[in-house]
Design a protein around this ligand. Structure first.
Ligand code: AKG
Length: 289
């Protein structure tokens, strides 16, 4: 059940979805739950992968929302809010670049439906230890071939906790879970996600005041960080990653010939976030029952 401006949206669950660790299961209520081992893995290593969590039809519909967003971006000249979504634009070789679309669901209701889907929200409620979630992110990343879009090394907490009064670690374990649905094959040359295993146990470290859009930004790495520890994630469309706010991660330029799109949904423990995020209906409350 989702509370969104007073309306209730009922989520249907597909059956026979392949869930965590390649185990084919039926998505009954109990079987959507993460095992204790998966929860340990999330906190110890920093991420878990759910193979084929969504099906091909759903991913095709998500891609079609991305096509709409791309058409909207083509008509925009500058970064800003458009039909409920916040478009962050850039330029490379005098071509417009879509760096990201923040609260993509603001203009694409199907993406909000996916953001409220139990296959995402139930594991997140387990990881956060709360039946109520605040959805902070519904974000579209396109990474078109050679478009120059990079996400340098960072922890997501940098984007959640922006200084005094903006964030409280309510559950003492970071209070945030990021999910990332893979829409195109993630290969070594398509700008895949990179993770540092075990960085989830570092707590917050200093990767610098990280703003991807600041031309003055110079990467900084903490002493715990060693490039050679990075693990590159190879993933297929429909796979979904879950990772924590302290997990060090990055992704670099897509030098392949195909898009590398992902849909990100991110959830906070209620009471953790004290900022307003851009986008119509952002920071909605979802009750996982
Ligand atoms: O799309 C990507 O590869 C970037 C993901 C990322 O850095 C994030 O979700 O914080």
């Amino acid at each position: 059940m989702i509370h969104d401006c007073g309306s209730l949206l009922h989520i249907t669950i597909d059956r026979n979805t392949e869930l965590m660790d390649n185990t084919r299961v039926t998505n009954t209520l109990s079987e959507l739950r993460l095992s204790a081992q998966q929860i340990d893995e999330f906190f110890a290593t920093g991420w878990i992968t759910a193979k084929a969590l969504f099906n091909a039809d759903e991913v095709a519909k998500i891609r079609s929302c991305f096509d709409d967003l791309e058409r909207m971006a083509a008509d925009l000249q500058v970064t800003g809010l458009h039909q409920g979504s916040h478009f962050v634009l850039g330029e490379k070789d005098r071509q417009k670049v879509i760096k990201r679309v923040v609260w993509a669901g603001g203009s694409q209701p199907y993406l909000l439906q996916i953001g409220a889907d139990r296959r995402l929200t139930l594991p997140c409620s387990q990881l956060l230890g709360s039946d109520v979630l605040e959805q902070l992110l519904s974000q579209a990343h396109f990474k078109r071939p050679n478009d120059g879009v990079v996400f340098g090394w960072h922890q997501d907490i940098q984007h959640r906790d922006k200084g005094p009064g903006t964030w409280d670690d309510i559950n003492g374990r970071g209070s945030f879970v990021q999910t990332l649905i893979v829409l195109d094959e993630m290969t070594a040359d398509s700008g895949p996600l990179l993770f540092i295993p075990g960085s989830s146990r570092w707590g917050r470290v200093d990767f610098g005041a990280h703003e991807y859009d600041d031309p003055e930004y110079t990467p900084r790495t903490p002493p715990q960080f060693h490039d050679e520890d990075a693990v590159s994630i190879a993933a297929q469309p429909c796979d979904t990653l879950f990772f924590g706010p302290y997990t060090a991660h990055a992704s670099f330029e897509n030098t392949s010939q195909h898009y590398r799109r992902v849909l990100i949904n991110g959830y906070a423990s209620p009471g953790a976030n004290h900022r307003v995020y851009p986008g119509e209906g952002s920071c909605r409350e979802i009750v996982v029952d």
